[in-house]
Design a protein around this ligand. Structure first.
Ligand SMILES: Nc1ncnc2c1ncn2[C@@H]1O[C@H](COP(=O)(O)OP(=O)(O)OP(=O)(O)O)[C@@H](O)[C@H]1O
Length: 248
């Protein structure tokens, strides 16, 4: 079966302009494949490059070396050579991203924040609203909050709005950057269910989960990033735990 995503020999470093142009090398020679219906979980200690990898896949960071490709019925699409103007449609239709923090826009209600990815694709407003409300209810966000802008919400409430926004679009590829970090056990379980439903409809997911219980419940494979560390970071790293999950 053709994977939906392939990463080949990826490398990344940063130049710290505020530190006299110091070069920080983070990752080297990372390769992976991700298939439809699969959830691959990135493992490794803090600072190893987990978020950096997700940001390269989402086009927020440029890859240093290597190649990132998506595979569709009509052939591969190289993300490492994608022109800037093409990213908007790709994020709207193909790659979803659930970060840990909600980007709050003043005066935009929680319901509208969640509806927006569907409206951007031209969906019917009533249908988008119904699906947004279903997700907000599943994530136990009190109905009195749905019409309010999330700026004053608690961390966990904002995160649930963000999760609803991330899952509503049913993207074929979903990047999950600690989506359960501020959630209680009941809401973590809802997110686990959403991930299983996404897998069942064929979505591929690449995620970071610090909560080991969640990780065990969603991961089909673990990808420990220690082996892809750049030499300058290598000595500080500790091996990650896996409790028997297959490694990528
Ligand atoms: N924009 C940037 N400029 C400079 N250095 C950066 C930048 N983004 C990330 N880094 C560095 O790259 C390394 C990897 O960071 P990253 O956030 O990917 O780690 P992580 O594995 O996700 O960590 P954590 O588990 O703590 O979130 C860190 O040393 C970080 O300081």
């Amino acid at each position: 079966m053709t994977p939906i995503l392939t990463v080949e020999h990826l490398g990344k470093g940063f130049v710290l302009h505020g530190q006299g142009g110091l070069a920080l090398s983070v990752m080297r020679d990372l390769s992976l494949e991700l298939h439809r219906g699969e959830c691959l979980v990135l493992a490794g200690p803090s600072g190893i490059g987990k978020s950096t990898l997700l940001k390269m896949l989402y086009g927020n960071y440029l890859a240093g070396d290597g190649r990132i490709r998506l595979h569709f019925g009509d052939g591969p699409l190289s993300l490492t050579e994608l022109p800037a103007h093409a990213w908007h449609a790709l994020r709207r239709d193909v790659i979803g991203y659930v970060s840990q923090f909600l980007r709050v826009v003043p005066r935009v209600s929680a319901r509208e924040v969640v509806m927006e990815p569907l409206l951007a694709r031209g969906a019917d407003t009533a249908e988008a609203r119904a699906r947004a409300e279903t997700l907000l209810a599943r994530l136990n966000l009190p109905e009195r909050l749905w019409s309010l802008p999330p700026g004053t919400f608690s961390g966990g409430e904002q995160q649930r709005v963000n999760i609803a926004r991330g899952f509503i679009g049913e993207h074929p590829l979903l990047l999950l950057d600690e989506p359960t970090a501020s959630l209680d056990a009941a809401n973590r379980t809802v997110v686990v269910e959403l991930i299983h439903e996404a897998k069942a409809r064929g979505a591929a997911m690449l995620g970071i989960f610090h909560d080991e219980d969640v990780r065990e419940r969603v991961a089909d494979r673990l990808l420990p990033l220690e082996s892809f560390m750049a030499p300058s970071l290598a000595p500080a790293a500790q091996p990650s735990t896996s409790r028997g999950l297959p490694h990528a």
